[in-house]
Design a protein around this ligand. Structure first.
Ligand SMILES: C[S@@+](CC[C@H](N)C(=O)[O-])C[C@H]1O[C@@H](n2cnc3c(N)ncnc32)[C@H](O)[C@@H]1O
Length: 636
């Protein structure tokens, strides 16, 4: 029998972790790092955090009639250190975007023992106890404490992030410089992307300077991987959204009759007021299956471009080459553009064809290779000769202006005019950032949930672009239910009355608390948690895909955890008993039922039991890997 060749996700993940760790180790000597009192106690603390199960308390689904949007969201009530650890088996390497808004540490450190406010509005005794137990020193400054609190949480967040994932963290002048050094240490300085300045207010009563801004730090898990995937981040320009909405409306009425849609869209542009932001984009009046487009020059911007034959599809003669030569250095790229329907030929070959530029560039357009010199020349002037925009999308600047007051008003409107939370973040700004850096099916995580702005932002982002992003929020305080979850319920169902009514986004979430530990202090299984929870955990740690997992009622064996095309997993566990991998057990497996259902015979069997009665040769010959309970159960 052959050995297993295909690697499970878990194996690949562990290899990836090993290589990431090696890279970290290699980088370490040359990188300046920050030191603080208590650091040595927290750098590896995330390994010691006990693994706890999440306890589902209830599920919420928005009222009927709201859009069928984002479901499978989570709100977790508890300390994020434990919550993040509990998320590892299911979400390690899967989170596309982390946005956090941790305490800014603005509290005054007058009496070190009592008044340090680790969280600008909450001085939670649990965190003080945690610091006492973990760091155990009395002489910590407020900055030491803040760093001790953040470090292990950032370590876990880093592990949860997808290779192409993006980490965003709000912060202000109090800790930004320390946070950047710690982020450089954990994420790697080469993964720094941007430090966005978010301007919120002007204070005229300031004595020296008016500092009304804060920051959003942006880091990649692996910037090189993002660049290798040729990722281009763009957002819509003002006015673009209205054109897209009109195009969608016309498409519903006229289907694929693009000529009719062009006529109607032209009329719509004419009817706009002079100052309407869409007016600047009115050359996007042509349409095809990708949406509105405008024509664009197909010649090499600076002149001296390549000259080769491009055949006209009707006359079958070479088209006139533009004076400046073609924009595509390689004729193969020109042919690819023609095949993608991004080149429009004129009536005959006597005029060069034109290039389509879509308002929202299609993936193929973003992937277009234009020689760097030509690209530079194009970028120099953002507007073309008529002063019109060359694209309906733009790169985001690292400066955002949005007054803090807007988010305060939104939260009050959701809670019938009451002020329930100080300094909520603006969900529209977060939605803009989420849309900018994530795919439409992203998992978004916020481990400092507060009033639930990130959940609101995720729902708003989905509403805006039809996405199915999911969110996971953690909140330690008891208002996780009364404010965090309550806001999300209201946003999903709709809130406000009369002219101020805001329709529901739809969706649903599960509310969890942090449950018991899976292992006791001696690393034995805590059997109180029940067989189902242990089976789930082992299935996760083995990297068995959800679609390959089985319940105990499967036809092979009540001990089978699942099977892929190549492997089958068995977990021979009985509470309070010693189980064995032996011939009787193998004989009890109903493999015939598995094969009869059209499956191939697995090449490898991974069998968990308390002991093994079979010798190594037999195991090798039959492709069996024995794993001892609990020793070989992966610990996160
Ligand atoms: C600055 S607020 C976040 C506000 C949020 N972005 C909003 O817009 O409402 C920080 C939140 O993190 C919570 N928090 C602080 N430490 C925590 C921890 N260890 N685990 C979970 N939540 C925590 C605080 O209770 C507080 O609600």
């Amino acid at each position: 029998m052959r050995r297993l060749h295909a690697e499970t996700d878990a194996v690949q993940l562990r290899k990836h972790q090993r290589s990431t760790n090696t890279q970290e180790t290699k980088k370490a000597p040359s990188m300046p790092t920050l030191h603080w009192v208590g650091k040595e106690k927290v750098v590896n603390h995330h390994h010691d955090v006990p693994f706890r199960l999440l306890d589902k308390q209830y599920s919420f689904a928005a009222n009927e009639g709201t859009p069928a949007s984002s479901t499978d969201n989570r709100i977790i009530h508890g300390d994020n250190l434990e919550a993040l650890k509990s998320l590892l088996p299911e979400f390690e390497g899967r989170v596309n975007c982390i946005y956090i808004d941790p305490p800014y540490n603005t509290g005054n450190d007058i009496d070190k023992k009592t008044s340090w406010t680790y969280n600008d509005s909450v001085d939670d005794p649990r965190i003080r106890r945690w610091l006492g137990n973990t760091v155990g020193k009395e002489d910590l400054s407020k900055h030491d404490k803040w760093l001790c609190m953040m470090y292990p949480r950032l370590k876990l967040l880093h592990r949860l992030l997808h290779t192409h994932g993006v980490f965003l963290c709000s912060i202000d002048d109090n800790e930004v410089h320390r946070l950047r050094l710690v982020m450089d240490e954990i994420f790697g300085a080469t993964n720094f992307i941007a430090q966005i300045t978010w301007d919120k207010t002007r204070k005229n009563d300031a004595k020296l300077f008016s500092s009304g801004h804060e920051y959003v730090l942006v880091y990649a898990k692996n910037l090189a991987a993002i660049q290798a995937a040729k990722t281009v981040w763009r957002e819509e320009k003002p006015g673009a959204r209205e054109i897209i909405d009109e195009w969608k409306r016309l498409r519903l009425v006229h289907g694929d009759d693009f000529a009719q849609i062009e006529v109607r869209l032209g009329g719509w542009f004419k009817g706009l007021g002079k100052s309407h932001p869409s007016k600047k984009l009115s050359r996007y009046r042509h349409v095809d299956k990708f949406g509105p487009w405008r024509d664009r020059d197909i010649s090499w911007p600076g002149g001296g471009g390549p000259r080769y034959d491009v055949m006209h599809p009707t006359t079958r003669l070479p088209c006139k080459v533009p004076e400046r030569g073609w924009i595509y250095a390689d004729p193969k790229e020109m042919q690819r553009q023609i095949d993608l329907d991004l080149v429009v030929f004129r009536a005959d070959h006597n005029d060069p064809p034109i290039r389509k530029a879509h308002l929202i560039p299609s993936p193929a357009e973003l992937d277009t290779f234009i020689a760097p010199e030509a690209e530079d020349a194009q970028e120099e002037g953002l507007d073309d000769e008529d002063g019109e925009e060359l694209s309906g999308t733009q790169v985001m600047p690292t400066y955002i202006y949005k007054q803090a007051q807007a988010s305060v008003k939104t939260l009050r409107a959701i809670f019938e005019g009451k002020k329930v939370f100080a300094n909520p973040k603006d969900h529209e700004v977060i939605a803009r950032l989420i849309r900018y850096v994530t795919p439409k099916n992203a998992i978004v995580l916020d481990s400092f949930g507060g009033s639930g702005s990130t959940a609101h932002a995720t729902l708003a982002a989905n509403l805006d672009d039809g996405g199915t992003r999911r969110f996971i929020l953690c909140e330690m305080m008891d208002y996780a239910e009364t404010i965090t979850a309550e806001r999300v319920r209201r946003v999903m169902n709709g809130y406000g009355e009369g002219a101020k009514a805001v329709p529901g986004t739809g969706g649903g979430f599960d509310f969890y608390t942090i449950g018991p530990c899976l292992f006791d202090e001696d690393q034995n299984l805590n059997e109180e948690v029940g067989e189902a929870a242990i089976r789930d955990y082992v299935a996760y740690t083995e990297g068995i895909r959800p679609e390959h997992r089985w319940g105990t009622d499967n036809p092979v064996s009540r001990y089978a955890l699942g099977a892929s095309d190549t492997a089958m997993w068995l977990f021979r566990y009985e509470r309070g008993q010693v189980t064995s991998l032996d011939m009787d057990f193998l004989g009890s497996l109903n493999l015939k039922a598995h094969l009869a259902a059209g499956n191939t015979r697995p090449e490898q069997f991974i069998v968990y039991a308390d002991k093994c009665a079979l010798d190594a040769d037999f195991l090798f010959k039959h492709g069996i890997t024995f794993k001892r309970i609990p020793r070989d159960i992966t610990k996160f």
